[in-house]
Design a protein around this ligand. Structure first.
Ligand SMILES: C[S@@+](CC[C@H](N)C(=O)[O-])C[C@H]1O[C@@H](n2cnc3c(N)ncnc32)[C@H](O)[C@@H]1O
Length: 232
């Protein structure tokens, strides 16, 4: 497990961000239905959101009747999430050492967070350990070939080092998953830019969509990838 100053800096950055910005730091709730639909969540199953932040995904999965679990490095995030989700099991923990028994979960999400983690192999091995053989996993991760990453982050030197912002290409993410015994069942571009555009055009009246839309951006250049994975 990573226990060093770098990990503490990341935790402090997220604690401060959640304390100052709260819900405004994250996407709105309607942006999270797509993950529940891609996973085809079924009631009574065990669902874990790794790096759950303020519990946005867990609010949605709750509507599908799953047994809800979430962990996050940030104690501020977990404290705030607990107020919204009194029946969920919410724990302050590092994803490199998940506080759960083997083969407990049917579904796992990890959204906008794997790139924030230091030892990604350890995290993926932990997720593999706590999931059932037939479990379905969903990761949203940042693309190093997106215009946003190249122009606004790399060239303008705005990469947030304290919050451990990173990106990888499609091929690099796929290799990382494969090397950790996870196979890619599906990969689509992040759907939030389309939703955001429709929301703007409709002057805020559009309320999100639950199914995958055809994106104008080729997958290779998407801001973020949504990967659906299963264990080998
Ligand atoms: C960009 S936020 C996304 C939060 C949430 N997944 C969402 O979509 O609303 C990244 C989250 O990763 C968490 N995080 C970063 N490193 C972590 C680690 N090693 N273990 C657990 N959580 C971590 C942060 O505390 C933060 O809440």
């Amino acid at each position: 497990m990573t226990t060093n100053n770098e990990q503490q800096t990341i935790k402090n950055w997220f604690d401060n961000t959640y304390a100052k910005r709260g819900e405004s730091y994250l996407r709105p709730k309607e942006a999270y239905y797509i993950f529940a639909e891609l996973l085809q969540l079924k009631s009574e199953k065990n669902f874990l959101d790794v790096a759950c932040g303020l519990g946005r995904m867990l609010e949605i999965s709750n509507e599908y009747g799953v047994n809800n679990y979430g962990i996050d490095l940030s104690e501020i995030a977990i404290a705030k999430a607990k107020k919204k989700l009194p029946t969920a099991v919410l724990l302050e923990a590092n994803a490199e050492a998940l506080p759960f028994n083997d083969t407990h979960f049917d579904y796992v999400t990890c959204l906008g967070s794997l790139e924030r983690m230091i030892d990604k192999d350890k995290v993926l091995q932990e997720i593999k350990r706590v999931t059932k053989p037939e479990a379905t996993l969903c990761f949203m991760v940042r693309n190093a070939n997106s215009w946003r990453w190249i122009f606004t982050k790399k060239l303008l030197f705005t990469i947030n080092r304290k919050g451990h912002q990173e990106a990888k290409t499609y091929e690099e993410w796929e290799l990382l998953f494969q090397q950790n015994g996870l196979k890619v069942m599906q990969c689509i571009p992040d759907q939030w830019p389309i939703m955001k555009g429709l929301k703007l055009l409709s002057l805020g009246r559009f309320n999100g969509f639950k199914t995958k839309q055809k994106s104008a951006t080729p997958l290779k250049f998407a801001n973020e990838f949504i990967f659906i994975l299963q264990k080998n």
